[in-house]
Design a protein around this ligand. Structure first.
Ligand code: CP
Length: 328
C-alpha cells in the first residue's frame, strides 16, 4: 500500500513500490484523458516552481517537464552548471539547500560519470522531491512513459507479453546504459517477460542484471539473455531497440567506438519486424539514428509507437510533479 507520494524522490523506479508506480500511471492516464476532453488542470501546481538542472542536452525531457508544469499552473526554471555557480564548484548540498527555499521540485540530468551519486547527495539534503531526469544508470521518467504506452497499446493486458530489449549499432558517441537498465528492471514488475539481446562486449552492470532477474522471479516472469537480435526478435510482442556503449568492457572511448562499428547489422528493419507478432509494437525513447538503429520504414511504419511514447512523457512528467509536489 502507498500513502501520499508528496515529497517522494524519484531516482529509480526500483525505489518505488509497484502500487506507487501504478498510482502514478493512473494519474498520468487521467490527466491525459481529461486534457483530451479540454479539461484544465492549472490549479494543481499554481505558483509552484520546478527546477530543471541539465548537465546535458534534451528535447523530450526538458520540454515535457516545462510544458507539463505550465499546464498544471506552475513554472519551470531551466538551469545548467554554467548558468549557476555549480561550474565554479558550489556543492550539491549548498545548491539544493538554496533551491529548496525558492521552489517545490527539482529534476536533474547528469548522464555520465557519477550522475546517480550526485542525485543521491542532492536528495539527501533536499526538502523538496528530486527527480532523476536521466543518469548513467537509470531513466525513470522515460521508462514510466514506456510502461504507460505499452499498457495503452495492449489494453493493460501485459502478463506474459514478451519485450525484447535489444542493443543496436549507434555511432559517434558512447551512450549510457540507463535506458536498457531501466527497462530490464521495470518491465518484469508489470508482468512482461524480458529478452535482453546484445553483442558480448555490451553487457549491463552485474548488480542491475541480478536485480532484474530477481524482479522477474518475484513476478513469476521470464528473463533471458541472447547474443543475436534475430533469435531474440522471433515472435516478440514489443521490440525496444537502442544503442548503448561497451561501458562494462572498456573505458577507452576510441576502443568503445570501434566496438560499436563492429556490429553494423544490429538494426531494426522490416524483415526483422515481419518475424514478430502481427500485433507487435516498435519502441524507442528517441532520439534515434535513422537507418542505423532503425530503418525509416520501421520508424514511420505501422508497428511504430515512438511518437505516442514521446507524447506520454508529457503526461508522466505531469503526474510525477502532481503526485510528488502536490500529493495528488
Ligand atoms: N528520451 C529522452 O530522454 O529524450 P531527450 O534526451 O531529448 O530528453
Amino acid at each position: 500500500m502507498y500513502s501520499s507520494l508528496r515529497g517522494k524522490h524519484l531516482l529509480s523506479t526500483q525505489d518505488w513500490s509497484l502500487e506507487e508506480l501504478e498510482k502514478l500511471l493512473s494519474v498520468a492516464m487521467r490527466l491525459k484523458e481529461e486534457r483530451n476532453l479540454g479539461i484544465y488542470h492549472d490549479d494543481i501546481l499554481r505558483a509552484k516552481t520546478f527546477f530543471m538542472l541539465f548537465f546535458e542536452e534534451s528535447t523530450r525531457t526538458r520540454n515535457a517537464f516545462e510544458a507539463g508544469i505550465h499546464q498544471l499552473g506552475g513554472h519551470a526554471h531551466f538551469l545548467t552548471p554554467k548558468a549557476t555557480q555549480i561550474d565554479h564548484g558550489e556543492t550539491a548540498k549548498d545548491t539544493v539547500k538554496v533551491l529548496t527555499r525558492y521552489g517545490e521540485g527539482l529534476g536533474i540530468r547528469k548522464t555520465y560519470g557519477t550522475g546517480h551519486a550526485y542525485m543521491r547527495e542532492v536528495a539527501k539534503w533536499s526538502d523538496i522531491p528530486v527527480v532523476n531526469m536521466q543518469c548513467e544508470d537509470y531513466h525513470p521518467t522515460q521508462v514510466l512513459a514506456d510502461i504507460m504506452t505499452i499498457k495503452e497499446k495492449f489494453q493493460n493486458n501485459l502478463k506474459g507479453k514478451r519485450i525484447v530489449v535489444s542493443w543496436t549499432s549507434a555511432p559517434n558517441y558512447i551512450r549510457p546504459l540507463s535506458m536498457a537498465q531501466s527497462l530490464v528492471l521495470a518491465m518484469p514488475r508489470f508482468g512482461l517477460d524480458v529478452t535482453l539481446a546484445h553483442p558480448p562486449e555490451f553487457k549491463l552492470k552485474p548488480e542491475i542484471m541480478a536485480q532484474a532477474k530477481k524482479n522477474a522471479e518475484l513476478a513469476g516472469g521470464k528473463f533471458e539473455v541472447m547474443d543475436s537480435m534475430d533469435d531474440a526478435i522471433e515472435g516478440a510482442d514489443i521490440v525496444y531497440a537502442k544503442g548503448w556503449g561497451p561501458i562494462m568492457h572498456t573505458e577507452d572511448e576510441k576502443e568503445g567506438l570501434e566496438l560499436i562499428d563492429k556490429y553494423p547489422g544490429w538494426i531494426v528493419n522490416q524483415e526483422r519486424m515481419n518475424r514478430t507478432k502481427p500485433s507487435s509494437i516498435y519502441m524507442h525513447c528517441m532520439p534515434f539514428d535513422r537507418d542505423i538503429e532503425v530503418t525509416s520504414e520501421v520508424a514511420d511504419g505501422p508497428h511504430s509507437v515512438v511518437f505516442d511514447e514521446a507524447e506520454n512523457r508529457l503526461h508522466i512528467m505531469k503526474a510525477i510533479m502532481a503526485c510528488t509536489m502536490a500529493g495528488v
